[in-house]
Design a protein around this ligand. Structure first.
Ligand SMILES: [Zn+2]
Length: 224
């Protein structure tokens, strides 16, 4: 098991297909970069992911960068990013994602990026919050600012896997607390969106102290 994880984390090879990278390639070989399962959510606002957030008046839109399909070799990217300590994958993916998002900014105001926080205990265990690395990549590509102190996780969730959407919402309720912030618009960023319950709980906490704020939602991966 340990050998397997170590092999998956071996640097210098394509993080998806394992081919040795040439000088111009970074993280992914050109073929895997070209074949990234991009959702193109940002070009089609009526897509399925908008659903969970569409009833929220403050919502400016919701997008994910990549599809997260069960048999996809691209699942390795997320695994490495979340469990192998390869934070730079999030930074790089965030950068590619940010390039897409910056091209379609419809409003005059640039949003402030707020990564979904994790509890201090979990952060200590993992050593980093992957949402922050993703947010940093988006910021690098867009020039938008990041605020990592606006939102706090005040309660760790219990395992979400046994719940349906309603159960997840209930489980996530009151998990976050937010400060009053000076931004008219924010972009909430997380690594993965399944039902949207975590993001929704963050948004409700932010709205409680910032009733007029507009909120966009962005994740690296979307589970279909
Ligand atoms: Zn490859």
């Amino acid at each position: 098991m340990r050998g397997g994880v170590m092999d998956m984390c071996f640097p210098g090879t394509c993080r998806v297909c394992g081919r040795i990278l040439i000088l111009q390639e970074k993280m992914l070989c050109l073929q895997c970069l070209y074949d990234l399962p991009r959702t193109y959510h940002w070009l089609f606002p009526g897509h399925a992911m908008t659903g969970p957030f569409s009833c929220m008046a403050a919502c400016t839109g919701a997008t994910s960068f990549l599809f997260f399909r069960e048999a996809s070799p691209y699942r390795k990217l997320l695994h490495r990013f979340k469990y192998c300590g390869e934070k730079e994958i999030g930074l790089y993916m965030g950068f590619l994602y940010g390039k897409e998002l910056s091209g379609l900014s419809r409003s005059e105001v640039n949003p402030c990026i707020i990564p979904v926080p994790m509890s201090s205990g979990k952060r200590r265990k993992r050593g980093y919050n992957q949402a922050e690395w993703l947010a940093a990549g988006i910021a690098l590509a867009t020039g938008w600012t990041i605020d990592v102190s606006a939102l706090k996780r005040i309660r760790e969730k219990t395992s979400q896997t046994v719940y349906d959407r309603e159960g997840r919402r209930e489980n996530m309720k009151n998990s976050f607390a937010a400060k009053k912030v000076p931004y008219p618009e924010i972009l909430l960023v997380d690594d993965i969106i399944t039902t949207g319950a975590t993001m929704e709980s963050c948004a409700l906490a932010i709205l409680e102290n910032n009733p007029g704020i507009r909120i966009g939602f962005a994740s690296l991966a979307y589970v279909e």
